[in-house]
Design a protein. Structure first.
Length: 114
């Protein structure tokens, strides 16, 4: 079973930056499109960024120009660099394939507050 372990979250002031990392156990990691998802309190989980096996990226409109997704297939890792953070970015962030599989990690909490 594929497992994902997210890290790098924390408390940051508006305008600050964080870098999230995800380690995956998938043996065929390099062929998957990977995504970062987030779930804010009382809201549905949403996809915020995705990266294909060849490195093509896609972003949800509210994070375009602020977030950058990247991957290292040799390390089976996918990262999310988040800049110019806003309070509305506060959520638990998860990584998974896209489309997602029924194997979620614990996520990492990102809180943007002054």
């Amino acid at each position: 079973q594929v497992q994902f372990v997210e890290s790098g979250g924390g408390l940051v002031q508006p305008g600050g930056s964080l870098r999230l990392s995800c380690a995956a156990s998938a043996s065929l990691f390099s062929i998957y499109t990977m995504g970062w998802y987030r779930q804010a309190p009382a809201k549905q989980r949403e996809l915020v960024a995705a990266i294909t096996s060849s490195g093509n990226t896609d972003y949800e409109d509210s994070v375009k120009g602020r977030f950058t997704i990247s991957r290292d297939n040799a390390k089976k890792e996918v990262d999310l660099q988040m800049n110019s953070l806003k309070p509305e970015d506060t959520a638990v962030y998860y990584c998974n394939t896209r489309p997602f599989i029924n194997s979620w990690g614990q996520g990492t909490q990102v809180t943007v507050s002054s």
